[in-house]
Design a protein around this ligand. Structure first.
Ligand SMILES: Nc1ncnc2c1ncn2[C@@H]1O[C@H](COP(=O)(O)OP(=O)(O)OP(=O)(O)O)[C@@H](O)[C@H]1O
Length: 308
């Protein structure tokens, strides 16, 4: 089949740089036949424009649900979420479609799910640009320039079946970037790649971020990816449980004043443990005075000290 050179969408507005993301007490509940499932139970999170961040955490902790909300695929049950100037819980289904078409690019897990196998890479990118051209009236880069950005310059005529796994994942990134989004959401981009494929994908995302200022959020189980992106937010039980920045691990105070204990500490001080709390200067000291099973005046075994 001959593939025609893609026609370039034309517009007035240049693509925006990265957008900020803010979640405030974000809650999501899935109603099911056997009862409600609380997937997010109060996420407080701020991501600055142009930041790169990993969402990590155990299976079922709520990462995909959070990303689906940020991508305009789900509306939250409660709380607020801003992506750039948009408050997502207030958007109509048309508004959410516009957000998906022009402001947020989502790359699903499994590169092939993002790409049509029977057309070229250029055509794939061009097709993904159509909604943005229509909705935002924005000037878009030619597909070749977007492929170039992810290290696939000169590969526009190829099809997904001809690519290596690393190239395929970068083609999926190009698809997500087609409309020049301010926020790129990427689900498990390295899970099927070897170390060199992973390096290629991380380098491509870094290039996008450096050249376009795009805010990039990556869901990953790969600790190395979290470390390389510089900021890794751990989602635990539907909320922000911890955060790693530049090799250091931090507990995070949520909007309601709670802090999650790290799992190993939680095991030693289970739910219901009573603590005395002392606060002085930049330090908070928690001294366990009773375990859940004790009467209250029996001292438990430890002290936790946090300094800021
Ligand atoms: N469509 C749905 N209907 C009902 N419950 C759901 C639905 N999607 C997710 N859940 C539940 O919501 C919770 C959070 O799931 P989610 O997929 O967001 O977690 P995750 O951290 O992305 O997990 P994984 O790493 O395995 O992809 C889990 O208890 C899950 O079973």
């Amino acid at each position: 089949m001959t593939v025609e050179p893609p026609e370039r969408p034309t517009t007035a507005e240049p693509p925006a740089g990265g957008v900020a993301v803010t979640c405030h007490r974000l809650i999501h509940i899935y109603p099911t036949g056997t009862g409600d499932v609380v997937a997010l139970s109060g996420v407080d999170l701020h991501i600055s424009p142009g930041e790169m961040l990993a969402l990590v955490g155990p299976s079922g902790s709520g990462k995909s649900t959070l990303v689906a909300i940020l991508g305009g695929l789900l509306q939250p049950s409660a709380g607020r979420v801003h992506v750039g100037d948009h408050e997502l819980s207030r958007l109509s289904s048309k508004g959410l479609a516009a957000l998906r078409g022009a402001t947020v690019g989502t790359v699903l897990q499994g590169a092939e799910r993002n790409l049509l196998p029977y057309v070229s890479l250029s055509r794939n990118v061009w097709l993904a640009q159509r909604p943005a051209a229509r909705i935002a009236g924005r000037r878009l880069d030619p597909p070749e320039a977007i492929l170039e950005l992810v290290g696939l310059g000169g590969h526009g005529a190829r099809r997904v079946g001809d690519l290596t796994p690393g190239q395929r994942q970068r083609a999926a990134l190009a698809q997500g970037l087609a409309a020049g989004p301010g926020l790129l959401l990427v689900d498990e981009p390295t899970s099927q790649l070897d170390a060199s494929g992973r390096d290629e994908v991380l380098a491509a995302m870094a290039t996008v971020n450096a050249q376009r200022g795009t805010t990039v959020v990556v869901v990953t189980h790969d600790g190395e990816v979290g470390a390389r992106l510089g900021r890794a937010v751990t989602i635990r039980d539907g909320r922000v449980g911890a955060e790693g920045r530049d090799g250091r691990d931090f507990a995070v105070v949520a909007g309601d004043g709670t802090i999650q204990l790290p799992p190993e500490t939680f095991a030693a001080f289970p739910a219901g443990t009573l603590f005395e709390v002392d606060h002085a200067d930049q330090a908070v000291t928690l001294r366990a005075v009773a375990s859940p099973s004790s009467s209250g005046d029996e001292a438990a075994s430890g002290e936790i000290r946090r300094t800021g």
